[in-house]
Design a protein around this ligand. Structure first.
Ligand code: NAP
Length: 518
């Protein structure tokens, strides 16, 4: 283990020895400097000699019991016997739960992780527990508790402030994902990452691939600035992929994290997490309206849309922005078809049918109306369409009559066609005629049924990925003051959205190889 910075400990758990050995070497090839073997996954009694032969890096022996999220099926007596045998066999590290650690004495050079797991909560006596564990004969203290609210992550991270013993402190679950990454900033010696994401070792555990490729974990240090996305759910957000890629490309020492914040808890979250501090947030569902009302300064784009998707920390407090509106306009402007005179057409000359009346429809319709385009709104719930059209000052039409509207630009701002309902389209294919500009704001998947049918029928097509990356690029500029590396961000988004993205290629190849041999 390196003494300079925090490293990723790859967690490997397989039922067969052969697979464990294979994954140890594969993990080392991909840069693992420490590996935890979850020996409780083995179907047969462990053959320590075999597992330890030719090890490319230090190995941790762990026999996790079911109460702590493990799979060990034997008695507690048998488990402790195996732990003692693993120590004598020459593992570099051994994981000992705090309640048994005092019964298993230090032996030779084997280093001791004293651990505590709580799959239900972040207990009220967390700090006392940590203090006690630091007094046990530990080389590293590991605390893994369950986050039940965002502030539990902060309590867990606080344990890393000058601990008497090197500490790895993790809040498990999707509310605590940030703790798995921020440990590097606060001096944790390592974090855990699943070598193979398909194996579920612990709630919220990221894969080694995600830690390396998305978060650049081993580059994080105490000077690293923190940004993030607030939403619920937020686990599948593309924002960490593209913002971290942009930071990396420009050599900025910053990391961008996902923060799951339940509805109604935005203000409290912002107050609490100022302790980190977080310098800027992207804001997604369901918090965009609440973010527009946060105390602080609001950009005109927020006043106009009633929603904020960006919060930037300033010396005067939060300043909110809405980059969706400008992104939609920029995206369309960059993809306007060339007219008969060989010049791109003007936005002001377009007649646009906007499908939907939600948050994205508001940003798109308002942005285009301001550019002078003729906008008509159709929405499944007519009253919402009427309300939006009245606010903007544009036309409205009944949802059932949408196929009768004559326009040169069709924009889908409904969620129709989005994963998992990918066989749906908001408009009949007969509406799609050559030359029509069709913009689908849905980006999961990038090629929706609407985009596919439009392309087949000779329409100009524009997918939601371009707008998504543009709104992120505008945020990046607000966060850093620098022009965003748009092309890199677009590439990163496309790779992440691709059904054959890097993670899958690598993890599936390893899994396939494993299944073939198991
Ligand atoms: P929202 O506020 O919840 O609005 C959803 C809209 O979809 C409403 O107009 C709703 O109509 C309509 N809708 C839902 N199911 C429908 C159905 N089965 N048939 C017809 N209409 C239906 O969501 P939002 O924030 O505006 O997001 C809308 C979509 O935009 C998302 O699904 C996402 O794919 C996309 N998006 C894109 C970007 C980007 O940057 N490219 C950013 C954010 C979102 P009702 O009013 O009748 O319910």
């Amino acid at each position: 283990m390196s003494s300079s910075g925090s490293v990723i400990c790859a967690v490997i758990g397989r039922t067969r020895h052969k697979m464990v050995q294979l994954e140890i070497h594969e993990a080392a090839k991909r840069g693992a400097k420490l590996i935890e073997l979850r020996l409780d996954f083995l179907a047969k009694a462990p053959d320590f000699k075999r597992l330890l032969a030719d090890r490319p890096c230090p190995l941790i022996a762990t026999f996790r019991r079911p109460a702590d999220g493990g799979r060990f099926a034997g008695s507690e007596e048998e488990r402790q016997m195996l732990i003692r045998q693993a120590i004598v066999a020459g593992f570099d590290w051994v994981d000992l739960e705090t309640d048994i650690a005092d019964r298993i004495p230090r032996f030779g050079k084997v280093k001791r992780i004293i651990s505590y797991h709580n799959l239900h909560e972040t207990p009220s006596n967390l700090e006392d527990l940590h203090r006690h564990m630091c007094q046990q004969d530990a080389d590293v203290v590991k605390i893994a508790v369950t986050a039940c609210q965002p502030s539990d992550s902060l309590r867990v991270l606080k344990l890393l402030k000058d601990p008497p013993k090197p500490t790895v402190a993790i809040a498990m679950g999707d509310l605590g994902v940030c703790t798995r990454i921020l440990g590097a900033k606060y001096g944790a010696p390592f974090t855990y990452g699943a070598f193979n994401k398909e194996r579920s070792f612990a709630p919220g555990l990221l894969s080694v691939h995600e830690l390396q490729r998305i978060y650049h974990y081993e580059k994080i240090n105490r000077d690293t600035q923190v940004y993030g996305v607030i939403g619920d759910p937020v686990g599948h957000s593309l924002s960490p992929v593209i913002h971290n890629q942009a930071f990396r490309k420009l050599g900025i020492n910053a990391v961008y994290l996902p923060f799951r914040v339940p509805r109604g808890e935005l203000a409290g979250f912002l107050r609490d997490f100022a302790a980190i501090p977080v310098h800027g947030y992207s804001v997604t569902l369901p918090h965009k309206e609440a973010a527009a009302k946060i105390e602080g300064q609001h950009d005109a784009s927020v006043d106009a849309t009633g929603a904020a998707n960006t919060l930037v920390s300033t010396i005067h407090g939060w300043r909110s922005y809405n980059t969706d509106m400008m992104a939609a306009v920029e995206s369309l402007r960059a993809h306007l078809p060339v007219g008969e005179d060989g010049k791109p057409s003007e936005l002001a000359s377009r007649t646009v049918l906007v499908l939907g009346a939600g948050g994205v429809a508001r940003a798109v319709a308002l942005g285009l109306h301001r550019e002078g385009a003729g906008v008509t709104i159709a929405n499944r719930t007519f009253e919402r369409a009427v309300k939006l059209a009245e606010e903007i000052g544009c036309k409205v039409i009944d949802w059932a009559a949408r196929h009768n509207v004559l326009c040169d630009t069709l924009i889908n701002c409904t969620s129709v066609g989005m994963f998992p309902n990918m066989d749906e389209s908001p408009i009949h294919s007969s509406y799609l005629r050559p030359g029509l500009l069709v913009f689908d704001t849905v980006y999961t998947p990038e090629t929706t049924l609407l985009i596919r049918e439009a392309a087949e029928r000779g329409c100009h097509v524009l997918t939601g990925v371009d707008m998504f990356v543009r709104q992120a690029a505008l945020q990046f500029k607000l966060f850093t003051g620098l022009d965003a590396p748009f092309d890199e961000m677009l590439d990163a988004a496309r790779r992440a959205l691709s059904p054959v993205n890097y993670a899958k290629v690598e993890d599936e190849a390893a899994a396939r190889q494993a299944e073939n041999q198991e």
